[in-house]
Design a protein around this ligand. Structure first.
Ligand SMILES: *Cc1c(COP(=O)(O)O)cnc(C)c1O
Length: 400
């Protein structure tokens, strides 16, 4: 679609900012007005392009942002965002002045970092807001409850430091049983009782936010749900995918039965075949393991991927696509069916790798299943080469 803006593009990622705003609204209705939406836009907004996504989220009314690296937080400030930004990942004492000057909230995991923040805050004549992350059983980042409580009590005494928030993160948020979340929450609650002076509490990602209203606290850290993907084992929340991947057929070729396609000759044509070359490859994040397994949508039908995915391109079999055209056009024009079909799919024809075309759809969950991973990795694995086309109601707002 969007032919004017995308006519010159071989392949692109389309991000529907209208769907994004609708997802914010749907989540708002689900969690209620008393719970803040903390938009998690780490890793280039999960591949969608933070330059377009983050400002649209702020305009749609999310209260806060979260990223993992300080550099990501600074990028959000450079984009002009005004809302509070929380860095979830590890920060170094050397980062403190940049954080303080840009009013970025760090997750503090050591007395050393707390001291450095205090010095920077006093120097700059500002307040350094921090959150403390409690490890309640994920055993990845954060401090165990006793250490976390000691750090919070220490940081509280430092000039210029404000201990604003406390959080934790679930290990089994989208597993069939979230019984372990209940256990983690029990540990979190025990710590919260002793830190009741900390005003802001958060523990839920998308799955927990949708599934466990009692764990929403003051804000929910939502990433995947904003992307419009419903996490497993959660009640439907009326979300719509925001990201689709499009490519134009680079060329159409025909090969004889017995000829093979792409590196390693992993696919051999059992019949005379018509193929289309798609100008997207694993360098774009379209995984090599999709070779001979995935498909693209063309004319609202599925064209199977044949042979290996290369760095910049792959091949699909379009022999069976366009069948609908054969009979009427063959009888009307008297031309051979083959010619009619080749007329049908020409270089430049739009294909959809992820998303929908007509009634057909390829979801991130399907691609994840085929590649042995999860939708998060499908999105986050999209590299920077494909342009991100940000549109709303069919109008392109920007391209990054
Ligand atoms: C990435 C991340 C989230 C967002 O998770 P989703 O499942 O995408 O909503 C929330 N919290 C933390 C700590 C994260 O790292």
């Amino acid at each position: 679609m969007l032919t004017e803006a995308t006519a010159a593009l071989n392949a692109w990622i389309e991000v529907d900012l209208g769907a994004l705003a609708a997802n914010v609204q749907a989540l708002r209705e689900t969690v209620g007005a008393a719970v803040e939406l903390i938009a998690v836009v780490k890793a280039n907004a999960y591949g969608a392009g933070v330059a377009g996504v983050a400002p649209a989220l702020e305009a749609a009314g999310v209260e806060r942002f979260a990223v993992v690296w300080l550099a990501e937080a600074l990028q959000l400030r450079q984009l002009g965002l005004r809302r509070p930004i929380l860095v979830l990942g590890h920060a170094f004492p050397a980062d403190t002045m940049a954080a303080v000057k840009n009013d970025i909230t760090l997750t503090c995991d050591s007395t050393e970092l707390a001291r450095a923040l205090s010095v920077a805050a006093v120097d700059a004549g500002r307040v350094a807001r921090i959150h403390i992350h409690i490890d309640t059983g994920l055993h990845r980042d954060g401090l165990g409850p006793e250490e976390a409580i000691a750090l919070a009590e220490f940081a509280r005494t430092l000039p210029g430091v404000e201990v604003e928030g406390i959080g934790t993160h679930m290990a089994n948020a989208d597993e069939p049983s979230d019984a372990y979340s209940v256990e983690q929450q029990r540990r979190f609650d025990a710590a919260l009782k002793r830190l009741s002076w900390i005003p802001y509490r958060h523990s839920a990602n998308s799955a927990t936010a949708l599934r466990r209203p009692e764990f929403r606290f003051d804000g929910v850290r939502v990433g995947l749900a904003l992307h419009g993907v419903q996490p497993d084992h959660t009640p439907a929340a009326g979300l719509a995918p925001i990201l689709s991947i499009h490519a134009r057929v680079a060329r159409v070729l025909e090969i004889a039965a017995g000829e093979s396609v792409s590196y390693g000759q992993t696919w051999t044509a059992a019949r005379a075949s018509r193929l289309a070359l798609i100008p997207v490859g694993y360098a774009d994040g379209w995984r090599r393991s999709l070779g001979n397994r995935g498909a693209v949508l063309i004319r609202g039908q599925r064209a199977p991927m044949v042979g290996r995915v290369c760095m910049d391109q792959f091949v699909v079999d379009i022999t069976d696509i366009g069948q609908a055209l054969r009979e009427p056009r063959a009888s009307a024009s008297g031309r051979s069916p083959l010619t009619d079909v080749v007329d049908g799919i020409v270089p430049g024809a739009e294909t959809v790798l992820l998303g929908s075309q007509g009634a057909a759809r390829i979801t991130a969950a399907e691609v994840a299943e085929l590649t042995g991973t999860i939708p998060w990795e499908v999105f986050a694995g999209l590299t920077g080469r494909l342009p991100r086309v940000f549109q709303r109601d069919g109008h392109v707002e920007s391209i990054a």
